[in-house]
Design a protein around this ligand. Structure first.
Ligand code: NAP
Length: 305
């Protein structure tokens, strides 16, 4: 894979930015990669582990001369970051982001950007429950989808290079409009996270009654919920505050289905339950056939202890 950009700047140096850096290095996609994080602690860690070719102490210094600037901060911080970098951007540069919500991020970022830069939002559908500069790894995006969400008037050449970068980092890419992206993600990611947070919260309340049994005997279903519910609180607070309508729409449907299943249990309607679980099993099969998960009994994770 050949170089796509001479200079790339990463703003925010957490899980996604650090994974991008290692993936870009793996494939030689960028000449020089600069990085900036708001805390001196994160910048020191980045310097210590060789995350970025040059770690800068200001956003302006990091984005100066960059051909691509990627905003890798929580969704709620994107607007303020865009306002701060705007005066320092190189004419003709491309600005992208990795935010988990698109319509609100576009609304927050676009007004700050000068006319002589290209804005090409994107969202890698890959992550872990870990965060921070040490959590990234080059393989994170391999064979995962990255959705590219161009603006109506986005320059096609700039969109093509963002596509090429993500493909070079191992991802499959597809273009999508912002509203559709936010609805799809509400179904596939945002509502499931909220449900996991709720279930773990309920179990935690119950733990006070049953002492340590919830942890001690935690079965696979609950353990998987706890992994999801260990995700970064700031990131997820911002996701729900910024993808409000789509998430509420899906949660409304979820609640209706839950009540229907609750009634089936109360009335002993086994046929309803069986038919429902048969349908959902087919969804799982589809995901495995599409290569987006493994059917290993432990979900492909190494067994511990
Ligand atoms: P992360 O590991 O928590 O890192 C976030 C980075 O943003 C840190 O460098 C942090 O700086 C910086 N930051 C936090 N609040 C800020 C603020 N108010 N102003 C300026 N900088 C701030 O997060 P991440 O998981 O990489 O997520 C980054 C973005 O990717 C988010 O928009 C998220 O929605 C999106 N995303 C995440 C996942 C996932 O699974 N994690 C997947 C796809 C997309 P300090 O270290 O100095 O505090």
């Amino acid at each position: 894979m050949s170089q796509v950009y001479d200079r790339v700047a990463l703003i925010g140096l957490g899980l996604i930015a650090s994974s991008m850096f290692w993936a870009m290095k793996r494939a030689g996609l960028a000449g020089e990669v600069t990085g900036y994080a708001r805390s001196a602690e994160t910048r020191d860690t980045a310097r210590e582990i060789g995350l970025c070719d040059r770690v800068c102490d200001s956003m302006a210094e990091a984005v100066k001369d960059a051909d691509l600037v990627v905003l890798c901060v929580p969704v709620g911080a994107m607007g303020a970051v865009a306002a701060e970098i705007a005066p320092a951007l190189k004419p003709g540069a491309t600005i992208s982001d990795v935010g988990s919500v698109k319509a609100e991020v576009i609304a927050a970022v676009a007004p700050h950007l000068p006319e002589n830069v290209h804005f090409v939002p994107a969202h890698p559908l890959a992550g872990t429950e870990h965060s921070g500069p040490r959590s990234g790894f080059a393989e994170l995006f391999d064979e995962r989808w990255t959705l590219i969400v161009p603006m109506e008037n986005s320059d096609r050449g700039a969109v093509g290079r963002v596509n090429a970068l993500w493909q070079g980092m191992g991802a499959f890419t597809e273009e999508m409009d912002a509203e559709h992206h936010d609805l799809v993600l509400a179904v596939t990611s945002h509502a499931p996270h909220l449900i996991a947070y709720t279930m773990v919260g309920v179990a935690d309340d119950l733990r006070r009654v049953t002492d340590t049994e919830v942890i001690k005997y935690s079965a696979a279903g609950f353990r998987d919920f706890t992994r999801i519910a260990a995700s970064d609180p700031t990131m997820w607070r911002d996701v729900f505050l910024n993808n409000k309508d789509a998430t509420l729409e899906i949660l409304g449907r979820f609640t209706e289905e839950l009540f229907a299943l609750q009634r089936a249990i109360r009335t002993g309607d086994g046929d309803h339950l069986h038919a429902y679980f048969t349908r959902t099993r087919a969804v799982r099969r589809g995901i495995i056939e599409a290569g987006q998960d493994t059917d290993a009994p432990d979900f492909g994770r190494a067994k511990k202890g």
